[in-house]
Design a protein around this ligand. Structure first.
Ligand code: IDP
Ligand code: MG
Length: 138
């Protein structure tokens, strides 16, 4: 089995609503290991770096306001095929399109305030892990 990694973020609404455990239990029960985990509050400069590819989108300001509004939990998730599996556990970006049993399908109603983030490719996972956990970069 090839061990790979992805970055999970429980966004400010997930932390404020007391859903940290709910998210992590699903990730662990799927079979993944939580290799690193911490709480932090992103400032706007950091958030703009993380979401740089969205700059110019009409929802960009709302996204930066949202992600900086309070603490988030950031974790490195390790195991087999973590990127695609985590995105499946999370559900589609818009909770309306997310399957009913997914995290977003179960707990979110808004396309912006959709509780969780997961890296979307091997490249973005490596980039995001290095951004949030620079001590892990090799
Ligand atoms: P993802 O989080 O499922 O990978 P992305 O397209 O990468 O989705 O968008 C990043 C974040 O930006 C989303 O999770 C959501 O918070 C916000 N977002 C994306 N698309 C929209 C939109 O059409 N309207 C409002 N917010 C959006
Ligand atoms: Mg994305």
């Amino acid at each position: 089995m090839k061990i790979e990694r992805t970055l999970l973020i429980i966004k400010p609404d997930g932390v404020a609503r007391g859903l940290i455990g709910e998210v992590l239990v699903r990730v662990e029960r799927k079979g993944y290991r939580i290799e690193r985990i911490k709480t932090l509050t992103m400032d706007r400069v950091f958030a703009e770096t993380h979401y740089a590819e969205h700059k110019g989108e009409r929802y960009y300001k709302d996204l930066i306001d949202y992600i900086t509004e309070g603490p988030v939990v950031v974790a490195v998730i390790a195991g087999e095929n973590p990127i695609d599996n985590l995105r499946k556990i999370m559900g589609a970006t818009d909770p309306l399109d997310a399957t009913a049993g997914s995290i977003r399908g179960s707990y979110a109603t808004s396309v912006t305030r959709n509780l969780v983030h997961g890296s979307d490719s091997t490249e973005s996972a490596a980039h995001e892990i290095a951004l949030f956990f620079p001590e892990m970069a090799d």
